[in-house]
Design a protein around this ligand. Structure first.
Ligand code: AMP
Ligand code: ZN
Length: 135
């Protein structure tokens, strides 16, 4: 199975690598939403957030925080977004989990177009109940 991120991990494809250890690699996104947009990727091929084993979860997020600190110090951003796209419907394009860290500036051009919903009657409680049953 062809996987761009496995190729980067195996050095079969070039990337601007920021950090790596035994479990995690971080490199710059080739199509940044803002300069310095970084990806944190577990070296194990896992498709998305749900398939990341629990014992890898901590390490991946510790490195995400380390990279976010480095981006702050290097770029002096005003804020940042941490994003994980899970599934095509959510915009996932590479099916080897990346965590995105996207530097943000007070007047940047990045925008979410959000159509906020409103809970009616007892929908809030019903939806809460159906989710709680699955935890
Ligand atoms: P996602 O869409 O959440 O699956 O994230 C995949 C990200 O990988 C996208 O933002 C792409 O721009 C980025 N990407 C794709 N190919 C490469 C590559 N060869 N090197 C670095 N980033 C890449
Ligand atoms: Zn992979």
């Amino acid at each position: 199975m062809k996987c761009i991120f496995c190729d980067i991990i195996n050095r079969d494809l070039p990337a601007e690598v920021l950090y790596e250890d035994e479990q995690v690699i971080s490199f710059l996104d080739i199509r940044p939403m803002n300069y310095g947009h970084a990806l944190i990727v577990p070296k194990m091929h896992v498709e998305n957030f749900l398939s990341l084993p629990e014992d890898q979860m901590g390490r991946v997020f510790i490195i995400a925080q380390k990279i976010a600190c480095a981006l702050r110090d290097a770029l002096g951003f005003d804020g940042f977004n941490i994003t994980i796209n899970n599934g095509k419907a959510a915009g996932q394009t590479v099916f080897h989990l990346p965590i995105h860290i996207i530097p943000r500036y007070s007047h940047d051009t990045f925008q979410y177009k959000i159509d906020f919903k409103k809970y009616r009657n007892n929908e809030l409680e019903e939806i809460g109940n159906s989710i709680r049953k699955c935890i």
